[in-house]
Unconditional design. Structure first.
Length: 287
């Protein structure tokens, strides 16, 4: 069902992807009456790959914007959509994986880039080094989410031109890839990791679908000052008072919303209504 009040109702938006992201993105845009058009012949992998054959040189936001513009150039449309994911250890809690997905809607009719992001600790993300003779046990494969989540195998150390086997979802193919990559390695080592391409990682695809809903909601929120679409949260202010001593803590005190068109900012109390921080987040009570 379309929403006639949404700024992007009845629009056509270019999407450049090699990895089936339309499946996750299209429903949220269809709900407001917007249509995604696939940009044919665009190699988004030229901007970088998870598996290392092409270095990822741009920050995630810039890469997403570049992908959107590739789709716009290929289709001649003034609107473009793209996402970019990044994966790694959590910067504070190192043993937790952190998946950050960024989505952008580039709007050349208004001169806007509307961006939204989603952080998750639920990513099926990881890898392991296999020495000569090592095998992957079922417990490790289960942690990877295999076979629903595909795997990548490459030789280690890896150099351009070395074999990379992607999209592996069968045990026989996995064992063959490990043997092949070990033979190509000067030290008989293979690296196995989760395939983080969207169409090979159902968990990531689910997060992209949720992010699409958030992006559509943000694009439908207009700036209270200039009425440009895309008004929303851009950052936070720390300093929520400690429940024990009242000193500013590291917890979020307020949220900052801003407009990318006119620069208007609105600092708001945190959305969950919390007014005091756990003493564990206070440097005085928990030094």
């Amino acid at each position: 069902m379309s929403d006639a009040g949404h700024p992007y109702t009845a629009t056509t938006i270019a999407l450049a992807t090699l990895h089936g992201k339309a499946e996750a993105l299209a429903p949220a845009f269809a709900a407001i009456g917007a249509r995604l058009v696939m940009a044919e012949g665009v190699d988004t992998d030229a901007l970088g790959t998870f598996s290392g054959e092409v270095e990822r040189r741009l920050p995630a936001l810039d890469a997403a914007i570049a992908k959107a513009r590739l789709g716009m150039a290929a289709t001649g449309l003034p609107l473009g959509l793209a996402t970019e994911g990044s994966f790694g250890p959590h910067p504070v809690i190192g043993f937790l994986p952190l998946h950050r997905e960024i989505a952008v809607l580039v709007d050349d009719t208004r001169g806007l880039v509307i961006a939204e992001w989603l952080d998750s600790h639920q990513a099926r993300y990881g890898g392991c080094l296999l020495q000569a003779g090592d095998t992957l046990d079922e417990a490790q494969l289960q942690r990877f989410g295999f076979p629903e989540h595909a795997l990548i195998v490459r030789s280690e150390p890896f150099a351009p031109g070395d074999p990379v086997c992607k999209g592996i979802r069968e045990r026989a193919a996995l064992d063959a890839a490990i043997d092949n990559c070990r033979r190509a390695s000067p030290v008989s080592q293979a690296w196995v990791e989760t395939d983080m391409r969207a169409h090979m990682n159902p968990t990531r695809m689910q997060r992209i679908a949720l992010l699409a809903e958030r992006l559509v909601a943000r694009a439908g929120t207009c700036c209270p000052q200039c009425q440009a679409p895309g008004f929303g949260k851009t950052g936070i202010v720390a300093g929520l008072p400690c429940a024990d001593c009242g000193a500013p803590s590291s917890a979020v005190l307020s949220e900052v919303a801003a407009c990318s068109a006119c620069g208007f900012r609105d600092v708001r109390a945190r959305s969950d209504g919390l007014t005091e921080a756990d003493p564990a987040q206070c440097d005085l009570c928990n030094p």
